[in-house]
Design a protein around this ligand. Structure first.
Ligand SMILES: Nc1ncnc2c1ncn2[C@@H]1O[C@H](COP(=O)(O)OP(=O)(O)OP(=O)(O)O)[C@@H](O)[C@H]1O
Ligand SMILES: [Mg+2]
Length: 493
């Protein structure tokens, strides 16, 4: 470098990161056990594993968890390098299938949950090798020293059964089972519930690998079935044409999931995923087929009930990691500013369709030869405000008008009943939550002749009944919607 300063004449002193505080920093990156296990599995997939086994044994606070794979494995030098925090530079170019980026995941994910991390690995035609990080030992000695130790001999036998592969073993999993007693059934229930969450998370994050048969993930020796957020096997799912952005490297594809009435109850339950229907709406960002974000509007929209059928897939290659601000946990991604508008425009189309499906219960109101659907309510704009009006063309009104001639009371009651029962609450709710300012108030932005005439007629009636002018006006001003129009009172005569 041309401008490099020659420091040789200066005094230097080493300021090695202090072990105990570095450890706490690593532990505070914000993993939970779901994301931590997923991060370890990323490594297995990058190492070309075809099978991955997640196993654990309930032993109260001594519970252990292991992630075993039949990938390419590591030799001793490679393992020591892999155990180093920051084993690869984030700037280093990676193979297009590599799920890693920072050279940290193995350590940060493991340390976030456990105080002991042991890795046992075997390359084809090699003997197995192993090393352990013990955070308490590092803390005590202040040195970043690996220990040639395995807390349990069993995994060593297991690895020798594989041609090649790696076992990541967590002990002292204090973030999950600290102080848990093995005989405590409540603690066991809690633990098993957590493990169930882990399983669901893996089924979601790696569903593309599982579905395509690229990887099998076994959870306590049972094969995990992938969870597909888009219900692509359902006929009623609407798939939008995909769009490419960022020179064709990024693909967006929208899905409007079927209305509840269009799928089986089981399917509906299945599709609600880990977080539930409302929370699962939004973008699903994949990086090399690995799901980073599941149901997030990226700050572009809010999550709302009526958009819950919208799920939009975005697929990224790992070459865009820095532009999309991928984080260590692989759970954050942010579109570059220049593409936000394009992504938003695409999402708007999908969301609009999702509202249609949500509102019409998936009913396709397809006109039968020459027949037109006749609504009772019509939402329309007056000025810039929304109003809801009864469709005067609706045949029900014709029927009621006929009846008025003979049974006026019954006719009016029938009219009121129809209004009461069919108030378009969903439309009103949707418009209200989109922008409350845009809902019209009674008789806003229209002429007030109806109001004035009705007020006048009532006023005259009250005077005829013997009320004073004062009394009549007081009565009228307490009747909805006249209460909004008290300024007309002075014109009454
Ligand atoms: N199961 C495994 N099989 C083979 N090699 C592995 C395995 N796990 C980790 N490694 C090696 O260890 C290195 C460090 O892994 P680590 O997860 O810490 O970082 P990374 O995957 O490179 O990046 P990231 O921080 O984004 O996860 C990997 O790059 C890989 O070379
Ligand atoms: Mg990794």
């Amino acid at each position: 470098m041309e401008n490099e300063i020659d420091y040789s004449q200066y005094k230097t002193v080493s300021a090695i990161p202090e072990a105990s505080s570095m450890i706490e920093t690593f532990r505070a990156i914000g993993y939970n056990i779901e994301t931590a296990v997923a991060d370890i599995i990323d490594n297995s997939i990058s190492a070309n594993a075809k099978n991955i086994w997640v196993n654990f044994e309930w032993l109260g606070s001594k519970t252990w968890l292991s992630i075993k794979d039949d990938g390419i494995g590591m030799n001793d030098t490679e393992l020591i390098q892999a155990m180093r925090p920051g084993s690869k530079s984030p700037l280093q170019e990676r193979s297009s299938k590599d799920l890693g980026r920072f050279g940290l995941g193995l350590k940060t994910a493991s340390f976030s949950q456990a105080r002991k991390l042991t890795v046992i690995s075997k390359k084809a035609e090699h003997n197995s090798v192993y090393w352990t990080w013990d955070l308490d030992f590092v803390n005590k000695t202040g040195n970043w020293d690996l220990i040639k130790y395995v807390p349990d001999e069993k995994p060593k036998n297991e690895i020798s059964k594989l041609t090649s592969g790696t076992i990541v073993l967590w002990n002292d999993i204090d973030r999950v089972v600290k102080d848990f007693n093995q005989d405590d059934n409540k603690a066991l229930d809690k633990f098993l519930f957590t493990m169930e969450q882990v399983k669901k998370h893996l089924a979601m994050v790696f569903h593309k690998f599982i579905e395509k048969g690229k990887v099998n993930i076994y959870f306590q020796d049972k094969k995990i079935v992938g969870w597909n957020p888009f219900l692509t096997d359902e006929a009623a799912t609407q798939i939008f044409p995909e769009e490419k952005i960022q020179n064709g490297t990024v693909t967006i594809e929208g899905f409007v999931l079927p209305h509840k009435s269009k799928i089986s109850e089981d399917k509906y339950k299945y599709a609600e995923g880990v977080k539930g229907w409302n929370e699962q709406q939004g973008f699903y960002i994949y990086r090399n087929e690995r799901l980073l974000l599941a149901g997030d509007w990226l700050g572009l929209f809010r999550k709302e009930e009526h958009y819950k059928l919208t799920r939009i897939q975005i697929e990224l290659p790992n070459s865009l990691d820095s532009e999309w601000q991928i984080d260590i946990k692989k759970s954050v991604a942010r579109p570059p500013l220049v593409f936000r508008e394009q992504i938003k425009a695409y999402a708007l189309k999908v969301r609009q369709q999702a509202v249609e499906v949500y509102r019409h219960k998936g009913k396709s109101v397809k006109p039968i030869a020459g027949q037109k659907f006749v609504p009772l309510w019509i939402d329309h704009k007056r000025g810039d405000k929304w109003f809801y009006k009864i469709n005067r063309e609706n045949p029900i009104l014709g029927k009621i008008k006929e009846q008025v001639k003979n049974e006026p009371d019954k006719a009016i009651e029938m009219l009121l009943r129809f209004i009461e029962e069919t108030i378009p609450t969903k439309s009103i709710y949707i418009k209200e939550s989109e922008d409350p300012e845009l809902q019209g108030k009674p008789f806003e932005a229209t002429d007030h002749e109806v109001i004035r005439n009705t007020m006048q007629a009532m006023y005259s009636g009250l005077l005829n009944q013997g009320k004073t002018e004062e009394q009549a006006k007081a009565i009228i001003s307490n009747i909805e919607p006249f209460n909004n129009f008290v300024h007309f009172l002075e014109f009454l005569n």
